[in-house]
Design a binder for this molecule. Structure first.
Ligand code: NAD
Ligand code: TDX
Length: 363
């Protein structure tokens, strides 16, 4: 399959498309104006935001190829109807924040495990329909997973066949979702592919995660709660590269294939915080050393050879991506201020009040 042959899937169902990475996938894909149509199914949890898709709605040509449905991936009735109309399903829908999974794990099991099962069942039914000639081809399901399923990687880099050793309720739920995906490939022959992306950052990122939380707090001269010694290491992937890699795997991935999507930008959290304060012209004295995340994974790192062999290359360096992200938050207070004044306040108190009260200036 070459790029010039045109896209393989015309009608996409994008679940969780009102979130951070899903909305980037939708915006970037529709902006190519290649005729493809997208239906987003999103429950609009605290993290889902229709404003993330405003650029699509504002463009009549794109809006004509776009439909938004509010609903739950764990609802078989809603999912069945939409999968019946789709050539492919890209599943971004998830509870995605490790700290929230520590406070309240149940929602993670409902969406990241049971929701995935509902999507798989719908794909299995459509595969049967295709076998009976009731539709032209069975749908492909792409499951968006994470580097966190490998657990903490003290040295070296994870390859796709490594053992899954998740250590938080979030990563355990994502690993369970992946195992179900693989089981539907092996048992029923459902066409699936899985991506394991690394820590993603960029515009429209809900301000509970490290980079958008610290950037927006620093803009307001608020304290920055750095967990433990701040020497945990993450591999940072710019959001449009993550979305692009997912599209590439959807088009070109082997049935049943699993693909790491590394950012090729491993940094200690302290380095990330130093860089963002520098760009904002804010002092290190905002940083507070607070009680660590329980079970905090020390490091994630993945080998990207398999994805590279499939022909994908990231386009954005960490320095360029971080600068673009910070500038976006500076220019788009109208996007994040309403978020930080709503449900977020309760979460922030639960997560940080006691930690900050017992904090000390970070060295
Ligand atoms: P996000 O939290 O910003 O968005 C999740 C979206 O899913 C929201 O729009 C939410 O409303 C929707 N949703 C949640 N539960 C739903 C349900 N039951 N039914 C329908 N919609 C539901 O998440 P994100 O950061 O964009 O992550 C997207 C995917 O990528 C997730 O599967 C996550 O595990 C994975 N991932 C994220 C990162 C990262 O660094 N952010 C890295 C690797 C993988
Ligand atoms: O207040 C904070 N202080 C802090 O020191 C927060 C929110 C985070 N951190 C640290 C914890 C991590 O070492 O920063 C690092 C990054 O934390 P998060 O932004 O919460 O991301 P992480 O836990 O690494 O998980 C992310 O990457 C993998 C995404 O949230 C997941 O959805 C994805 O699967």
């Amino acid at each position: 399959m070459t790029e010039s042959a045109g896209p393989r899937f015309e009608r996409l169902l994008v679940t969780g498309g009102a979130g951070f990475i899903g909305s980037c996938f939708v915006r970037d894909l529709l902006a190519r104006r290649d005729g493809r149509r997208i239906t987003v199914l999103d429950k609009l949890t605290y993290a889902g935001n229709p404003a993330n898709l405003a650029p699509v709605e504002a463009d009549p040509e794109q809006a004509a190829r776009f439909r938004f449905v509010v609903g739950d991936i764990a609802d078989p009735a809603a999912v069945g109807l939409l999968v019946a109309e789709a050539d492919a399903v890209v599943n971004f829908a998830a509870e995605s924040h490790v700290d929230r999974s520590i406070l309240d794990p149940e929602a993670f099991l409902r969406t990241d495990v049971l929701g995935v099962h509902v999507l798989l069942e719908a794909c299995r039914i459509e595969r049967e329909r295709a076998r009976k000639g009731e539709r032209t081809a069975a749908p492909r399901l792409l499951q968006v997973s994470t580097d966190e399923v490998y657990g903490s990687v003290e040295t070296g880099a994870s390859v796709e066949d490594d053992r899954l050793e998740p250590r938080s309720p979030y990563s355990a739920a994502k690993a369970a979702g992946e195992l179900l995906v693989n089981s539907y490939f092996v048992t029923y022959g459902v066409d699936v592919v899985t991506t394991r992306g690394s820590n993603t950052y960029g515009p429209y990122h809900y301000p509970e995660k490290l980079i958008p939380l610290f950037v927006t707090n620093a803009i307001d001269d608020q304290q920055l709660p750095l967990y433990g010694d701040g020497l945990q290491r993450r591999d940072w992937l710019y959001v449009s590269d993550h979305a692009g890699a997912i599209e590439h795997v959807l088009e070109h991935g082997e049935p049943g294939g699993v693909y790491n999507v590394p950012g090729e930008a491993e940094r200690a959290n302290r380095e990330v915080v130093t860089a963002l304060l520098e760009r904002l012209g804010k002092p290190w004295s905002l940083v507070r050393s607070v009680a660590d995340r329980p079970g905090h994974d020390r490091r994630y790192a993945m080998d990207g050879s398999r994805l590279a062999a499939l022909g994908w290359r990231n386009r954005t360096t960490f320095e360029d991506g971080l600068a673009a992200t910070i500038d976006w938050y500076v220019a788009n207070e109208a996007w994040w201020r309403p978020i930080k004044s709503g449900e977020f306040q309760d979460y922030y108190r639960r997560q940080y009040e006691a930690r900050l009260a017992g904090s000390r200036e970070a060295s």
